[in-house]
Ligand binder design. Structure first.
Ligand code: MN
Ligand code: MN
Length: 307
């Protein structure tokens, strides 16, 4: 029987890792051979969750070939996926993002819902298949929901995410608020990372309106001012990538997870898009965006509209 590789996006977040592990587990229970993989380094937040529930990190995957069968979780865009993804045998996609640049030559399973987290969709797949979720996997899936919805405060969060999170908390015997805050706080420890690393820990590439190559990176913090002390070095790292990869717009969101706001650093020849989109003036390449925390819901669609 062929082995299925299960992976989320590059610069993996907690949802990409948890979804890969949960989905590989489910497939195994359904009689397949499935292995979770990761497309980059594990973040501090994800490391905290994996350690808490005593689950090992998936192994790194660099590329795939046409002989590989894959399940994509938490993404579908080729720019965010493994090299050569569109040429592999795509068996299934489970995702909660816009669909862009994705096409296949063969039929496939595609599960998409506009919910706050891929693990919310995977929970339903476990139920539909009558497979029991083990406590450790449930804890990891709960971690993903907490991460993607910033403890239910992000506008991407739906009632379904909350209901599923409560069910997963019960299975894993976890206090959502205590554990959730500790996990999110673990992700705000940026001290050991260089600015080059920070803009890639959670960085995604997009092509806005098929014409503007853009990158939007995000770091979480409990203290925006502290992170902004590194602004000059962030700008240096961002400009180096603009030079190398040809982005016309590079946004770094520094997101305050306690008060749900973001300070953005914006560089590139089309930085004007951000000024127009949010009706702000960038001063020294930066602006404060109140109530903006979600790249997916409050940044990508908003800037795309203003290209
Ligand atoms: Mn993700
Ligand atoms: Mn996600």
């Amino acid at each position: 029987m062929e082995k299925i590789l299960v992976f989320g996006h590059k610069s993996p977040d907690t949802d990409s890792i948890a979804s890969s592990i949960a989905m590989a587990y489910l497939q195994t229970k359904l009689g397949k051979i499935a292995v979770p993989k990761r497309l980059g380094n594990i973040s501090k937040e994800t490391e905290f969750a994996l350690n808490h529930f005593k689950i090992g990190a998936p192994e790194l995957l660099e590329t795939v070939s046409e002989d590989d069968t894959v399940i994509l979780v938490d993404h579908n865009e080729p720019a965010q996926s493994v090299a050569n993804m569109l040429n592999s045998k795509i068996y299934m996609v489970i995702d909660h993002h816009q669909i862009a640049g994705f096409q296949t030559s063969a039929p496939l399973y595609y599960y998409a819902e506009p919910v706050g987290c891929t693990c919310t969709i995977i929970y339903k797949l476990f139920n539909d298949n009558n497979v029991v979720i083990p406590a450790d996997v449930a804890g990891l899936m709960l971690s993903a929901i907490i991460s993607d919805t910033l403890l239910f405060k992000s506008p991407t969060c739906t009632e379904k995410d909350k209901t599923v999170a409560e069910a997963l908390a019960k299975i894993s015997n976890t206090d959502i608020d205590t554990y959730g805050l500790a996990m999110l706080k673990a992700g705000t420890d940026l001290s050991s990372f260089s600015e080059e690393e920070l803009i890639n820990l959670d960085g995604k590439k997009f092509t806005l309106k098929d014409t503007i190559p853009a990158k939007v990176s995000q770091v979480n913090t409990a203290d925006i001012d502290e992170v902004m002390l590194r602004k000059a070095n962030f700008e240096k790292a961002m400009n180096a990538e603009i030079e190398k990869d040809g982005y016309k717009l590079f946004i770094l969101m520094i997101t305050d997870i306690i008060n749900s706001n973001s300070q953005v650093i914006v560089l590139g020849s089309r930085a004007d898009i951000v000024e127009k989109a949010y009706n702000v003036k960038l001063v020294d390449n930066t602006a404060f965006l109140p109530d903006v925390v979600s790249r997916k819901k409050q940044v990508i669609p908003v800037i795309s509209e203003n290209v």
